[in-house]
Design a protein around this ligand. Sequence first.
Ligand SMILES: NC(=O)c1ccc[n+]([C@@H]2O[C@H](COP(=O)([O-])OP(=O)(O)OC[C@H]3O[C@@H](n4cnc5c(N)ncnc54)[C@H](O)[C@@H]3O)[C@@H](O)[C@H]2O)c1
Length: 345
Amino acid sequence: MSKKTIDFNNKSILITGGAGFIGSNLAFHLQDNYPNSKIVIFDCFRSDETFPNGNLKSFGHYKNLIGFKGDIICGNINSKADLTLLNDFKFDYVFHQAAISDTRVYDQEIIMETNVNSFYNLLAIAKKDRAAIVYASSAATYGNQPSPQALGKENPENPYGFSKYIMDQIAIRYSMENPDLTIVGLRFFNVYGPREYYKGNTSSMVIQLGLQILDGKAPRLFNNSNQILRDFIYIDDVIQANIKACTPMQNGTYNVGTGIPRNFQEIADILQKELGTDLETEYFPNPHSGYQMNTQADISSTVRNLGFEPNYSLEKGIKAYIPEILRMHGNDISWLIYKIKLLRF
Ligand SMILES: NC(=O)c1ccc[n+]([C@@H]2O[C@H](COP(=O)([O-])OP(=O)(O)OC[C@H]3O[C@@H](n4cnc5c(N)ncnc54)[C@H](O)[C@@H]3O)[C@@H](O)[C@H]2O)c1
């Protein structure tokens, strides 16, 4: 295994969770850059079912896939019968993104079933097909551990973080038992960018604040937001990590962040600068206990073993994202504000 560039043309690629935020971006990246790749998306999409927290049970949305030309299988990763629909294919690469991605779901049974049980089945598919498998882990594996978050210092604080932590343990063992397979876990930090809109209130604060500002409303932040730090990573860098993870120097689990923590106040300020607004910020008490105050990915092994190089600062990422935030706001006036601002500067 080495850090080489892959030609995905004529390769067969499975993307689970491909109707979601990261999976759909990955699908379009591959389709656009490797038009002869054969991409299969497996996703249960969304139904009307909700968790007790009021959020949908799955966030996949057909609108994330308009323009996608590959195969789509609507199925549940918890259903062995649905997974047999994949037997008609032989995959070279598996990108496993499907999961309950909502960190505030506390039903341990459904989280463990969806995120962990299904992982055994995906690993078995990769093994049968001799496919490289890259799967989504999470910074939530670290819980409230002090920054910078580094491998070996995990302490998940919720069932979601625990499920990803267990996936990582399974992957390490599977990797040792199958040394010829490529198995890489990516611990994404706070991802933002196009196609996250349909995650509703679990989408990043970048789009949530962007839409508030475009509504002419004051951006709403927790008290002391300038002291709440996160490692925000733009979607294009996350796609880069997924692609580079297909040819690692070494199997393993890798952090995917910029390595530079920024605060929530900065998001609001950069958005206001980009949108040419000057609204007062509205502060309110943070209702969450056990809230992470500081995340910062230690990306040294990701850089060394995957050749990962984050290219987007928060300023650059938000700037790249603005046209899509305006599009999702879907209001001609917002385009007007943007155009006036461009004329002004
Ligand atoms: N976005 C982030 O900031 C972030 C951070 C850390 C980790 N992750 C992980 O990255 C992966 C992708 O996240 P995302 O932000 O794109 O989330 P997302 O919710 O947009 O995507 C997940 C997809 O999985 C599908 N899915 C859910 N349950 C399913 C099931 N039982 N069967 C089939 N499909 C199912 C959903 O319909 C959705 O399309 C997830 O595994 C998530 O846990 C994301």
